[in-house]
Design a protein. Structure first.
Ligand code: M6R
Length: 606
């Protein structure tokens, strides 16, 4: 989704804005622009395409030079990607950048047109710019509070008024915005990586709070224009975490970071060999008191929830419902105050997941989130937060965020099962010990890189693929399939292996490769029977199985053998080859691995 940055200080502002925007590229965008105070006016440059297109354009138009400005990467929602629709929007005296959606923009636009305003773009953002101009009375704070009372929807706004050179104004509601601060310079940004090169210190802007920045200080106001004080945050990520560090792509780097990410996530949550989640505010008594559990999330995070459901139900015998967040609130779910609703989100900003959280709280349930980004909206609004410690995930395709989410699902399941007396202390310790082995096992799994590259070379020309599995292997198939399609643009579907013959097997031909995941020992023979069914129809079969398992030639054409661990934990192991296969297929196809087309990292609109 859109990325916002702003800088005021002594440096060449254009350089800082471009640099900071480049750190937000992962969010997904199709155009970019900046506005810089220059020679008593506001110099705006914007362009469809990538940041390099903007830089090319500036070579022709003239590159703004100044020390205060705002910048934007746009992910089109209202109006196609074009120079005109790109941000900043405004006129000679006001310039704005916006992330989010103004839901009542049509009403506002009609009103403004009646007042004589003309519009050149198709965006909702231009309405905000014109509304600011309409209310502008020489007092920016007053003007901003006026529009806050009128605009509906989600927004993070960076604003400059020509009459106030050297000042940036910022306000947000439901779209993220932070205010970075350092000696003699201050920043606004949609996310921490944008400012890490310059500072680790920042403030989290809350809904309807207004920040006013100049090079010397940042002041915060509430909607009544009263000064407020805010707590300074310090990022625990360093700049290296947001750089490629010698890898060709962020995705590959992030795949390799999984041993550390999982270790850092689980280590503080294990005490005396048992899961320990109290530091997050989740006591054993609370955990066993919930009537039912709902897990709500989107995409990869939802797939982590599916594994969670399987493991919690199997071990703790507690009913778990998993929902896609965009469906959840529209089905009027039967949530009661005794229920626990778990929201899983890497970014902590996903609009649908945030809406599900609010619904859960409205119904009186306990909302617990599993979130990677500190201080994100979902984290802030949850009753209980369990932070995953994956570090910044830049590649749009989620990898390390998924495995740390899985790790938390396991800890929860183990603790709940033990608290409910369904498993013994010894069994709980045994499972926890197995989970602790994962970081080490990962070092071996990563050795499968060449094998996965080879498998990718066999898949790269396919038009369509099937991923099949049973039980936990089916849950993992869904994630494998999503990973492949989102970055390689090869169509694929995940199917429960036993369900194929109820329709989908009619698609199977020699040109439809099948990736079969068969790591669950109790289901192995049944999965093999299903694999034989597709093999008999000509499919090339790529089978993922445990090391030591003999796979007959009449079952699979190619195998990927992964280290063996407790059945329940196998999704953690298999996720890495699934990520690597998708990665290498994407590379071989020449796709933009880290920034796949049409996708955004943080989906802050419904
Ligand atoms: O930030 P979130 O975890 O809430 O994001 C949810 C999904 O948008 C995300 O997992 C998406 O499916 C990934 N790009 C998949 O790799």
């Amino acid at each position: 989704m859109c990325g916002i940055v702003g800088y005021v200080g002594k440096k060449d502002c254009t350089q800082v804005l471009i640099d900071s925007l480049s750190k937000l590229e992962y969010r997904g965008y199709d155009s970019a622009g900046i506005a810089v105070f220059e020679n008593g006016g506001i110099h705006v440059e914007k362009s469809k395409g990538r940041l390099k297109d903007l830089e090319e354009k500036m070579k022709k138009d003239g590159r703004p030079y100044g020390h205060c400005g705002i910048g934007h990467t746009r992910w089109a929602t209202h109006g196609e990607p074009s120079d005109i629709n790109s941000h900043p929007h405004g006129n000679k005296r006001i310039s704005i950048v916006h992330n989010g959606i103004i839901e009542n923009y049509k009403v506002l636009k009609t009103f403004l047109m009646e007042q004589g305003y003309g519009f050149e773009s198709e965006t909702d953002t231009e309405t905000v710019a014109k509304l600011l101009d309409y209310y502008y009375n020489g007092d920016p704070l007053d003007t901003i509070t006026h529009i806050l009372a009128e605009i509906q929807g989600s927004f993070a706004l960076g604003i400059m008024f020509r009459d106030f050179p050297g000042k940036i104004f910022a306000v947000r509601k439901d779209s993220p915005l932070i205010v970075g601060t350092s000696e003699g310079e201050n920043f606004i940004a949609s996310d921490v990586p944008a400012i890490l090169k310059y500072t680790k210190e920042y403030y989290l802007l809350e809904a309807d709070e207004i920040a006013v920045l100049d090079e010397n200080e940042v002041k915060f106001y509430n909607v009544h224009k009263a000064r407020i004080t805010k707590e300074l945050q310090v990022a625990n990520w360093d700049i290296d975490a947001a750089e490629k560090g010698g890898y060709e792509h962020f995705m590959l780097k992030e795949i390799h970071e999984q041993p550390t990410a999982v270790k850092t996530t689980i280590s503080p949550r294990i005490a005396e060999g048992l899961p320990y989640l109290e530091e997050s505010g989740l006591s054993t008594d609370m955990l066993k008191g919930y009537r039912r559990i709902f897990i709500v999330a989107c995409g990869t995070a939802m797939h982590a929830g599916l594994v969670g459901k399987y493991v919690i139900e199997k071990l703790a015998r507690v009913e778990v419902t998993v929902d896609i967040a965009s469906e959840f609130r529209y089905r009027n779910p039967l949530i009661e105050p005794e229920d626990l609703v778990i929201l899983i989100s890497q970014s902590g900003e996903t609009a649908d997941t945030l809406a599900a959280l609010r619904l859960a709280k409205d119904r009186g349930a306990t909302a617990m989130s599993v979130v990677n980004v500190k201080g994100s909206s979902i984290a802030r609004e949850s009753d209980i937060v369990i932070y995953t410690h994956a570090g910044p995930e830049i590649s749009v395709a989620s990898t390390k965020a998924y495995t740390v989410q899985l790790s938390i699902m396991y800890l929860l399941a183990f603790e709940l099962a033990y608290a409910k007396g369904v498993i013994s202390k010894e069994k709980c310790m045994e499972l926890t010990a197995s989970l602790s082995e994962i970081p080490e096992i990962y070092e071996n799994v990563l050795e499968l890189k060449n094998r996965c590259q080879f498998i990718a070379s066999k898949l790269v020309n396919a038009d369509s693929l099937l991923y099949i599995g049973r039980g936990l292997d089916y849950a993992l198939s869904m994630e494998g399939s999503l990973k492949l399609k989102e970055i390689s643009y090869i169509h694929s579907e995940a199917y429960a292996a036993g369900e194929l013959k109820h329709g989908t097997i009619s698609l199977v031909t020699e040109s439809m490769p099948v990736i079969a995941i068969a790591t669950q020992q109790d289901l192995y023979d049944k999965t093999v029977s299903n694999v034989k069914e597709v093999k008999a129809r000509g499919a090339k079969v790529f089978m993922v199985c445990r090391e030591g398992v003999e796979v007959d030639e009449d079952v699979a054409d190619y195998t990927i053998c992964v280290p063996s661990i407790d059945d329940l934990l196998m999704p953690l192991v298999v996720s890495i080859p699934m990520q690597l296969i998708a990665y290498y297929t994407s590379v071989l196809k020449g796709c933009d691995v880290d920034k796949p087309r049409n996708l955004a990292k943080s989906v802050t609109v419904e």
